[in-house]
Design a protein around this ligand. Sequence first.
Ligand code: FAD
Length: 120
Amino acid sequence: MDVVVCGAGPVGLMLSCELALADISVVVLEKRLENSVVPRANGIVGQPVRLLELRGLLAGFSAGRYAGPVPSYPFGDVLMDLSLIPDVRLPALLIPQPELEGCWPIGPSSSERPSGAATR
Ligand SMILES: Cc1cc2nc3c(=O)[nH]c(=O)nc-3n(C[C@H](O)[C@H](O)[C@H](O)COP(=O)(O)OP(=O)(O)OC[C@H]3O[C@@H](n4cnc5c(N)ncnc54)[C@H](O)[C@@H]3O)c2cc1C
């Protein structure tokens, strides 16, 4: 094993996939034994969407959901009006964070490994 990634949130999961694609062996440690159901982000915007597309993952994540440019995007109570910025086409994937984490192509899942470790 070359790298230990601590935390199977969106960042840790994407990072571990990128490392694995570079033939770097990774172990992901996650203290939660089940997927979180806490409603946090309702979608992802910008570079993460482009990264999912680059890796051929966007179609799988976007089935039945909106994926495409958005004229504005809410961040908490703040609505970002992207129409104020010329020539910006910000891609978005509207997916609740628990669903994004729950269908990540990594395994075996933490529920199958009581230690909470997932490897790839
Ligand atoms: C209430 C709320 C609302 C939000 N709304 C939005 C929104 O509308 N739009 C938006 O873009 N973003 C939103 N966010 C932010 C978004 O959830 C974060 O940006 C995102 O979760 C960050 O991902 P991450 O992988 O860096 O960290 P996290 O998702 O926090 O993942 C970290 C992981 O590490 C694990 N971990 C921590 N410590 C350890 C340890 N010692 N050992 C093993 N595992 C560990 C945790 O259990 C967790 O699974 C919101 C956040 C909150 C809390």
